[in-house]
Write a protein that binds this ligand. Sequence first.
Ligand SMILES: [Zn+2]
Length: 338
Amino acid sequence: MRPPADDADDLGARLKAYEGQPAARAGTGKDPVNLPMIRHWCEAMGDTDPAYEGPDAVAPPTMLQAWTMGGLSGHTARTGAYDEMLTLLDEAGCTSIVATDCEQEYLRPLRPGDEVAFDTVIESVSGRKTTKLGTGYFVTTRTDVRVGRELVGTHRFRVLKYAPSGGRRKPPPRPRPVVNRDNAGFWEGVAEERLLVQRCADCGTLRHPWLPGCNACGSLDWDTVESSGEGTVYSYVVMHHPPFPAFAPPYAVGLIELAEGVRMVSNVVGVPYDKVRIGLPVRVEFRRYEDAEGALTLPVFRAADVLDALGDRGATGAPGGLGSAGAPGASGASGGEV
Ligand SMILES: [Zn+2]
């Protein structure tokens, strides 16, 4: 999408021609400066300054632009030059836009009853710039706000209109689990290829996901037991849409009921997504992922009976070797996913 250098220079020159052209001419505020709009603004902003209340109220200076806004129906004062310039940029591949900054200058406070008028000019167009977002042009407009003939303030607004960079990006890294104080122990176990289940130290109830307290008795004391890693598919969904960039649909997400009785959500692997069924026996497998963000270990659940029936398709984890305590040894570094 990036225009070649010569064309870009040509584009730059064509854009420069818009400097000084009016973007809006002889616009008028849709409402005079008024107390209800001032009050709504102050409520939205949480501004309780007494200067904006009472019989001698003035408008907050930062409302300057609000008095010139066209609302959903727009303004008739627009000249078309600004839209024309944006179209030129769109056609050159600079199809994205982001507001970068706004500067205002206040010459005198606005008061209820003031009727504002304004003119907007395309003040400047930068040369071609390359930013993190992409390559494009900064466009600055300046709106002069008047009451009668008196200039009361100016409003400068700058946008970057650009061709987004990285059209063909690498797939994003796999999302990381959110590790916090409550569940850190679970993820520490996973890093050691152990599936740890929380157990209430008072009533013995097992729980997952990890929580500070026991749902059964309210006790905050707990220890852990290591799961055998054996379980069955309690329920599942097959993700087709919407696609998440780090995953290739369709894939099965299972709610796995572990032999110990607690349930956890994970991927079901080792079986085509449309062969996943409620009641399917599975066993945990620890997978290591390497990407730009580093190494990550995640527990997934491999369909056990398919594995046993077909023999392992990969080179890892011979069927007979998957004893309940031996699950960690069964996970190859890159077990083939079906
Ligand atoms: Zn308990």
